[in-house]
Design a binder for this molecule. Structure first.
Ligand code: PEP
Length: 257
């Protein structure tokens, strides 16, 4: 069986200006143990305006943190007022770009087709997409969770090539668990992550499916990270609220201690 490298990412959403962002990363670095970085990817995804400051901080303090962005446009440049391209993010040493977060899907009308274009744009710049999929509460209650998630996965990855499976990250994020304090049970999270892996085997092949990392996201906290990470198909976490607190995020990142 492939050993998948854990990946914990903090999605700060529209929180922290660039000065607060610097403070948060400094505090986080202070709380992290050297062993937390070993064999694991740790990503921070601040708002666009803080990317440059955090890039500089990571560089100057030689922090083994990866920089993430929360979104991008699919074109490299052009008349798209207010947008930021994957090409621009690449120039800032961004390594990961969150694509198709449920807030973007629900509040900004992002369809699977749009997410798909973004994933391709991210790959074109040799960045790593974190592709988010997840069902709403109504869809879960109607027994359609797997069908919805698999459908989003197919749409978001249509025509997407996977040369190095480490370069593609999936995030299973049930919409009803995001920012609600309600976490999926480890069994439910595992079931859907396993369904995602099975679909990856259909879309690509067994070896690719075995190697792609799948995160769980939805009210991940210091108190539940360890049991989630104990599940065979959960390789990491995409953390919203708890990533804004350096103590909490450090405890989550330090789940192996
Ligand atoms: C998220 O925004 O991706 C998320 C999982 O948020 P939270 O951890 O706050 O539920």
């Amino acid at each position: 069986m492939t050993e998948r490298r854990p990946i914990i990412a903090g999605n700060w959403k529209m929180h922290k200006d660039h000065l607060e962002a610097i403070q948060l990363v400094q505090r986080l670095a202070y709380h992290l143990d050297e062993s937390d970085y070993e064999g694991q990817d740790i990503v921070v995804a601040p708002p666009f305006v803080a990317l440059r400051s955090i890039q500089t901080l990571i560089d100057s303090d030689r922090l083994p943190l990866a920089l993430g962005a929360q979104n991008c446009h699919w074109e490299a440049e052009g008349a798209f007022t207010g947008e930021v391209s994957a090409a621009m993010l690449a120039r800032l040493d961004v390594a990961y770009v969150i694509c198709g977060h449920s807030e973007r899907r629900a509040l900004f009308g992002e369809t699977d087709e749009i997410v798909n274009r973004k994933v391709k744009a991210v790959q074109k710049q040799h960045l790593r997409p974190i592709v988010c999929v997840g069902e709403t509460l109504e869809e879960r209650q109607a027994g359609r969770a797997e069908e919805v998630v698999v459908g989003q996965l197919r749409g978001s990855l249509a025509g997407v090539k996977v040369v190095d499976p480490e370069e593609l990250v999936l995030a299973y994020e049930p919409v009803w668990a995001i920012g609600t304090g309600e976490t999926a049970t480890k069994e439910d999270a595992q079931e859907l992550c396993a369904a995602i892996r099975a679909e990856l085997a259909e879309l690509y092949d067994d070896a690719t499916a075995e190697a792609v990392r799948i995160q769980y996201g939805g009210s991940v906290k210091p108190g539940n990270i360890r049991e989630l990470m104990g599940e065979p198909d959960i390789d990491g976490a995409l953390v919203g609220g708890a990533s804004l607190n350096s103590d909490d995020f450090a405890l989550i990142v330090g789940w192996r201690r």
